[in-house]
Design a protein around this ligand. Sequence first.
Ligand SMILES: NC(=O)c1ccc[n+]([C@@H]2O[C@H](COP(=O)([O-])OP(=O)(O)OC[C@H]3O[C@@H](n4cnc5c(N)ncnc54)[C@H](O)[C@@H]3O)[C@@H](O)[C@H]2O)c1
Ligand SMILES: O=C(O)C(=O)C[C@@H](O)[C@H](O)[C@H](O)COP(=O)(O)O
Ligand SMILES: [Zn+2]
Length: 363
Amino acid sequence: MKIPVNTASHQYEVTIGNEILTNAIESYGNLIKKADKLFVLTDKNVWDNQGTYFKEHFPYPFEVFVMPPGEECKSFDNFQGAHTFLIEKKCTRKSILFAFGGGAVGDLTGFVAATYMRGIPFIQIPTTILAHDSAVGGKTAINHPLGKNLVGAFYQPEGVIYDIHFLQSLNAREVRSGMAEVVKHAMISDEKWLTELMASPDFYKMGQEKLAHHLKLGIEVKAKIVAEDETEQSVRKYLNFGHTYGHALEAAAGYGGLAHGEAVMIGMVYALLLSERYGHISRSFTKTFLHYAYHTGYPVEQLAKYPFETLQPFIVKDKKAEYGELKFVLLSKIGKPFMQTIDLTECRKVDSEFRALIMEVCK
Ligand SMILES: NC(=O)c1ccc[n+]([C@@H]2O[C@H](COP(=O)([O-])OP(=O)(O)OC[C@H]3O[C@@H](n4cnc5c(N)ncnc54)[C@H](O)[C@@H]3O)[C@@H](O)[C@H]2O)c1
Ligand SMILES: O=C(O)C(=O)C[C@@H](O)[C@H](O)[C@H](O)COP(=O)(O)O
Ligand SMILES: [Zn+2]
């Protein structure tokens, strides 16, 4: 199945299905045959788990660069290491990069592609549930010690090949983390879909068909939004629901201490508490959602390790802030996001409310 992504700068397709790698790569034959070299950037876990399948099904010769796993690969050091590898291996403007991995590999490789010799083509081959989000839409970035994704570029891939065969080797934690972005896509677009997701909390037991259905819906939500606003001037901000608080948590936890989706899930509960004040979200819904998050296994209780003082320096550096004002994505109701200015005093107050609610609900 193909889902078109038509952004202002670039048009491409997400091809999604099981065991599609060979055919999907061959469909880029015209582009690939004109390339002088192909480079696959991946991480150690992905290569250990899925390297054999990849080598057996990738129909052209390639060089591979295996990076440290997960969030570690989004460092300045690894960014430089990837460039060094490409220079030494004589990568040129006629070469193509393939991002083979989760969101971390995708974000890093996209940024390398955007910057190597001022930009060379790349193709996303996502391997996580979460990457139904990260591989689409052209946000690429690395982390800075002072804040998440603070250095990057909008740079679209030539295409996205989503072979769901790769999802088989994900552990329960990564399945859960990835489903948080599916839940986010439902939160900002469709109450019925969110209700359906919340009714089946055992993600790990979800059949492949059902999972592919949710991933397709998520990709469609994202593709529609980035088609309207590629560079986050307006509606793309809604894709950041739960991320102001979530990114602060990830940074406070030292990038990798909490998985992205875990942090976003906690951030979404915080955004619901704020939405009670400015929208029509009820306390009863926030409690139900927090209960769902906790019992689905998101580490909500770990918030206790990160007092507000440790989050604040990162919250104030959120990229959506304008003229010194913090801008949160809130919901007027499920499926209806809007932007709201919130000052730090209110942020702190709601943070305390959140911690008290966790004590009440998560037992
Ligand atoms: N660009 C965007 O629009 C966007 C959107 C959402 C998230 N992100 C970014 O994506 C990153 C999170 O992505 P993620 O959750 O995919 O994390 P990830 O890339 O860190 O992968 C999670 C873990 O699973 C391992 N892994 C990946 N695929 C595997 C597989 N098939 N089998 C076994 N292990 C596998 C990885 O090595 C890693 O240890 C964050 O850095 C986040 O900021 C970007
Ligand atoms: O695509 C977007 O736009 C998003 O905000 C998707 C998010 O899920 C993703 O985590 C993204 O990397 C966040 O971007 P940032 O600009 O807040 O760093
Ligand atoms: Zn995200």
